[in-house]
Design a protein around this ligand. Sequence first.
Ligand code: BDR
Ligand code: CA
Length: 309
Amino acid sequence: MPEPIIIDTDPGQDDAVALLLAFASRDELELRAITTVPGNVPVAQTTANALRIRDLGGAASVPVYRGAEVPLIVALETAEFVCGPDGLAGAGLPPPASVAEAGHAVEAIIAICRAAPEGSITLCPLGPLTNLALAFRLAPDILPKVKRIVLMGGAIGLGNMTPAAEFNMHVDPHAAAVVFGAGCPITMFGLGVTLQAIASHEQIERIGLLGNAVGKAIHGMLTRPRPGGLGTAGHPMHDPCVIAFLLWPELFAGRDCFVAVETGDGPLRGRTTIDWNGRLKREPNAHVVATVEAHELFERMIARLATLP
Ligand code: BDR
Ligand code: CA
């Protein structure tokens, strides 16, 4: 039976690749909904982008719901400097052919979980955790329905938004604290592993040569010139790690740890303190993934992407 999942996302170039990988994996994953959150760009644009990616991937049957407008407490900060003005720079995609569903993303998450058996729904947040935190606060009765949360966010070392914080944690640290404190099983993909998930230049070229529209769009995004460049090794693919883990967990390794999220508004805001060596003697609240077999990951991903339109 395919695993029922909800992807909560702020597309975003690497979010787009993660969504496409999920569309290409219908035997393993039953994507019940895409819910959008502000992050890389504001939520009107992440919603339009989710719809554009859905059109591209031929996944018209997957509902898209627009989520929260802003983080719980702090002002929204976005990342056009990474993903371009529309969040999907280089993809060359037209405007969406359809609109989002009428309901709110948080209500959709609650309704899908309430209708599901205990311990059955996998939540896959790829952006700030605002929608999940709101759902858990509005409807704590859904917590037992969650099988696991597999998320991209945090860092064991340096952040990418500030020295202390990874982007998704920085944007809504209070929501992250709610989710890490919710008591659901969490698998965490922070920068420690996602910065190892480098698609090589050669692999990116092969994606462009797949001959489908999906390959052309991904190639366009990953080869777009950027101020400062990306280094020589290739392109890090943060969010696709989450979906790849559901498909191929054997490519990853990590450890159960206690993770705390800093919610103060000083320079540590959004830092994830990961007790890798168990010094704090606290119960682990997350499985922190630390390594990935990156080359094999992208070989498998390319094979999947080749099956899309
Ligand atoms: C995360 O931030 C976003 O820009 C990416 O989509 C990813 O979710 C990486 O720090
Ligand atoms: Ca993201």
